[in-house]
Design a binder for this molecule. Structure first.
Ligand code: ADP
Ligand code: MG
Length: 249
């Protein structure tokens, strides 16, 4: 079996006296996607932020390609070069064009020559149908297009692992599909990913493993089919029942 791209071992995180993540262990193999579902406040964003070293864990280990990135002597900037992260709300710089947004990390952080970065950026924009937006400012794009640019920007670093945190939750329902379809494309190309989402249909399509997070613990995990169609824990059943009631399942 191949080595995991990402492995968490008994990760624990608290804010003050509030324990937000407890006993979190899972691995993500290359080309696989692990999807986290769970109520608001269950710890999904904190988990992704911990993996990206934006929040520091209190206990346990986070291994990226076998390297302990949670160790005290690790340089977070070096680790983040290998990770792409996209958040819920758009994170494009409003004063930069689409192209400038996309080449920022490669040129400034990874010291790629500007010409090369531009070529690569245009190729990515072209691939995802946004080539003609290259010279526009973000506010001229729809929310869905902006979020796709944010995904493209995270790809410009050639990440080993992509972290996506509820990337459609700030979007109009009609714009959700174009963003999800971009993620499906990436998955079929073999990108390794960890996602948090409240789109269960999408979770079912892309997840190799689905984890139900409840009050900071992975309460149930397995194939999407198993979790969504045959949940074992009473809390998972209740979560899915509420989604169903709200018409979201
Ligand atoms: P989710 O993404 O599943 O909605 P979060 O990870 O955002 O959950 O939040 C989990 C818990 O951690 C919540 O109770 C939230 O209030 C708390 N929390 C998140 N970030 C911070 C922070 N920076 N300081 C204090 N508490 C926080
Ligand atoms: Mg969140």
């Amino acid at each position: 079996m191949s080595q995991a791209v990402l492995q968490l071992e008994k990760v624990r995180k608290s804010f003050g006296s509030e324990v937000v993540l407890e006993d979190i262990s899972f691995k993500v193999l290359e080309h696989k996607a692990t999807v986290f579902i769970g109520a608001s406040g269950s710890g999904k964003s904190t988990l992704l932020r911990c993996i990206n070293l934006l929040d520091q864990i209190d206990d346990g280990q986070i291994l990226l390609d076998g390297q302990d990135i949670s160790a005290a002597d690790v340089n977070p900037d070096e680790v983040r070069k290998k990770l792409g992260m996209v958040f819920q709300s758009f994170n494009l710089f409003p004063h930069m064009t689409v192209l400038e947004n996309v080449i920022l990390a490669p040129t400034k952080v990874q010291k790629v020559a500007k010409e090369k970065a531009i070529d690569e950026a245009l190729e990515l924009l072209n691939k995802f149908g946004l080539r003609e937006k290259a010279d526009q400012y973000p506010d001229r794009l729809s929310g869905g297009q902006q979020q796709r640019v944010a995904i493209i920007r995270s790809l410009s670093r050639h990440p080993r692992l992509l972290l996506l945190d509820e990337i459609t939750s700030a979007l109009d329902p009609v714009l959700v599909n174009e963003v999800l379809s971009t993620v499906r494309d990436l998955k079929s190309e073999g990108m390794t990913m960890v996602l948090a989402t409240h789109e269960m249909g999408f979770a079912k399509q892309v997840a190799d493993e689905l984890c139900y997070l409840h009050q900071g613990r992975i309460l149930e995990w397995g194939s999407p089919k198993k979790i969504l169609e045959n949940p074992k824990k009473v809390e998972t059943k209740e979560f899915l029942r509420r989604l169903h009631q709200a018409g979201r399942l």
